[in-house]
Design a protein around this ligand. Structure first.
Ligand SMILES: [Ca+2]
Ligand SMILES: [Ca+2]
Ligand SMILES: [Ca+2]
Length: 352
């Protein structure tokens, strides 16, 4: 490298040189990743030598630290496209870069670990747990930080299995099943902003002059709302689809809810929430009608007679999670006709 031979160890210190087939062509590439060297070489049979490739390990990452210790870099196929991505995480920094197999000029992507999912300096909100931890380990010996020795610094109890990143160490003892578990999907969305509070969401809504938006209902009174409609008595009827898209148990168990909210003290904010119907299969619409409500849950539109009950019947032809094809919300267009909307729309006359 730079005209000098690559060495795997120097003064008995691991220099982070590894062989790995990163592009799945059946031949290993040669990778070097330490604090002063970062490169990937490919073997050229024609020239009978290693040639430096256009890409290297992601910026800031390295296989070993200056002492030759595990620096928290792992090759894991997080997006499951068949190519190992680089997940890097220690007490100072974290990053996740997906391997780009084919250059895409439109996206400014070049071959290599160039699709950055997340990268940053570690703080309390860092989305990727530490793979190794060196330096100070808080919480030991009665809360006094202990500077770890080179021998003890290292493995934070991380492994990868079943599309998940697992962490088990003294910090996870109080967690469910004593593990901190992150799905690959969670890691891939690590750079997405966290959900906003109701007040923060409200502050994001822009309206034209003279119009005001007020918060009238939020969690936990209502969760996963899909559609809502007011009744003449002031009740706000809401359908919730917390079972979308795979069911409550991940295996299609129906878990949709129809509920109504009431403002019992007249201050303009709903304060009471009542479950009217639960166990509904992907409900998409609700509308007060006569003495009850009409609920749409493709392929059925029905008026439940028994409130507070779990809907035990199964719909003929269970609705597909492909909801763009399903019945959508319900709207009243005339005094005796309710309309549903959706790409497979139908109308239902619901007299009296
Ligand atoms: Ca290769
Ligand atoms: Ca990958
Ligand atoms: Ca109220």
């Amino acid at each position: 490298m730079d005209g000098k031979p690559l060495v795997t160890t120097r003064d008995r210190i691991d220099q982070g040189v590894r062989l790995r087939d990163v592009d799945n062509d059946g031949r290993c590439e040669l990778i070097v990743g330490n604090p002063t060297q970062n490169a990937v070489f490919g073997w050229s049979p024609a020239e009978n030598r290693w040639k430096k490739l256009s890409y290297a390990l992601p910026p800031g990452s390295a296989i070993v630290d200056a002492q030759g210790r595990d620096n928290g870099l792992r090759f894991v196929d997080i997006n499951e496209d068949g190519y190992a991505d680089v997940l890097f995480s220690n007490e100072r920094a974290y990053s996740l870069h997906q391997f780009v197999v084919k250059a895409n000029p439109r996206l400014s992507w070049e071959v290599g670990w160039n699709d950055e999912v997340a990268a940053g300096q570690r703080d309390k909100s860092s989305p990727i747990p530490m793979i190794v931890r060196g330096g100070e380990t808080p919480g030991r010996t009665g809360g006094t930080p202990v500077l770890q020795t080179a021998r003890s610094a290292g493995n934070n109890g991380v492994w990868f299995h079943s599309h998940q990143m697992w962490v088990q160490n003294e910090d996870t003892a109080a967690l469910s099943n004593v593990v901190d578990r992150r799905s690959f999907k969670q890691l891939l969305t690590a750079d997405q902003p966290p959900p906003k509070s109701p007040e923060e969401s409200l502050a994001c809504i822009e309206v034209r002059s003279g119009v005001k938006v007020e918060l009238v209902a939020c969690e936990p009174l209502v969760l996963d709302p899909i559609a809502f409609e007011w009744g003449a008595d002031g009740k706000l009827w809401v359908v919730e689809m917390g079972d979308y898209p795979r069911g409550l148990d991940g295996n299609g168990k129906s878990g949709g809810i129809v509920r109504f909210l009431e403002d019992t003290d007249g201050d303009g904010r709903y304060d009471k929430s009542t479950v009217f119907l639960e166990g509904v299969n992907f409900p998409t619409g609700v509308m007060p009608w006569g003495k009850g409500v009409i609920v749409s849950t493709a392929p059925e539109i029905f008026m439940p007679k028994t409130p507070m009950a779990t809907v035990r019947r199964t719909c003929a032809g269970r609705s597909s999670p492909d909801l763009p094809k399903a019945t959508n919300s319900i709207a009243a267009m005339a005094s005796t006709t309710a309309w549903t909307t959706g790409s497979m729309a139908r109308t239902a006359t619901a007299g009296g």
